[in-house]
Design a protein around this ligand. Structure first.
Ligand SMILES: NC(=O)c1ccc[n+]([C@@H]2O[C@H](COP(=O)([O-])OP(=O)(O)OC[C@H]3O[C@@H](n4cnc5c(N)ncnc54)[C@H](O)[C@@H]3O)[C@@H](O)[C@H]2O)c1
Length: 251
């Protein structure tokens, strides 16, 4: 049983995780931390982290980048491992994550879905065979109409994973409308589609002479991130100081 402090407990993801944990005999939220509290949780909620002194195995964080510095200090001071899921951290904050990970276990991932993290591994094997044989690699991502950034951080992570498998020889092309030219060998094209309420689709296409292989991940709800975060918390319980990511959870 992993005992969790839920940081950002009253946000969208905090509530998703609260619902998932209620049905999971292997996890329990012992306390929540959030700047706003409506009193509607089955566990105590603290508006100041320092007031939260419950015994816990892991902190799970889905809050705001502004909250992450204080979160890391809290995690180090209390020696409780932390799963950092909040995105949009500055370079300085990423450095602080590194520093904290020398004193306590820190797992950080921009995409907590087990499916995407498995895909990141699978496409490396595919790239080594197919890109080496001359297949072109393209990524297409689709998200809801409210998403501000394009391409998605996950599409970039997929491209980085492909490129890493190919010893970093490739470069990325985001917009083919500006130049009239044929495709080059060592490029990974990344295209973004925005519309409706699509939670998140990512396709990795290997297009070769006369055959095409496609890998596709579809997120039907944000619960996939919550499930991954709970798996990460179970994994991180009792781990020594160090920096971890979802590839460690998948094994
Ligand atoms: N890694 C992933 O897979 C993944 C998936 C979904 C969302 N996210 C990220 O998680 C974060 C939260 O997402 P969300 O949709 O739940 O957002 P949200 O805005 O619904 O919830 C954030 C919560 O954090 C609370 N909060 C803000 N400042 C705080 C502070 N100083 N201390 C404690 N709590 C504080 C807010 O009051 C709010 O309840 C975002 O950065 C989002 O991009 C990551």
């Amino acid at each position: 049983m992993v005992k969790i402090i839920m940081h950002g407990c009253n946000g969208y993801m905090g509530q998703v995780i609260s619902g998932l944990v209620e049905k999971d005999p292997g996890a329990q939220i012992v306390a929540g931390i959030d700047i706003a509290d409506n009193g509607n949780n089955s566990y105590p909620v603290y508006t100041k982290a320092e007031d939260c002194q419950e015994e816990a195995d892991v902190i799970v964080d889905f809050s705001s980048a502004k909250a992450v510095d204080a979160l890391l200090d809290y995690s180090v001071n209390r020696q409780i491992p932390v799963v950092v899921c909040t995105t949009g951290l500055s370079e300085e904050q990423l450095k602080k994550v590194e520093e904290a990970s020398q004193k306590v276990a820190v797992l950080k991932s921009a995409n907590m879905s087990l499916g995407i993290n498995t895909l990141l591994k699978l496409i490396q094997d595919a790239a080594k065979v197919l890109a080496t044989a001359g297949f072109d690699m393209e990524i297409v991502e689709r998200h809801h109409r409210l998403k501000l950034d394009a391409p998605s951080g996950t599409a970039l992570a997929l491209a980085d994973s492909l490129n890493e498998a190919m010893d970093g020889k490739y470069h990325y092309v985001f917009d083919r409308s500006q130049e009239r030219r044929q495709r080059e060998d060592l490029e990974i094209g990344i295209s973004a589609v925005r519309g409706g309420t699509i939670v998140g689709d990512h396709e990795v296409i290997f297009a070769g002479p006369d055959e095409v292989i496609e890998f596709k991940h579809t997120a039907y709800s944000k619960a996939v991130f919550g499930k991954g975060a709970i798996e990460a918390a179970k994994f991180l319980k009792g781990k020594p100081a160090g920096k971890y990511d979802m590839s460690d959870v998948i094994g």
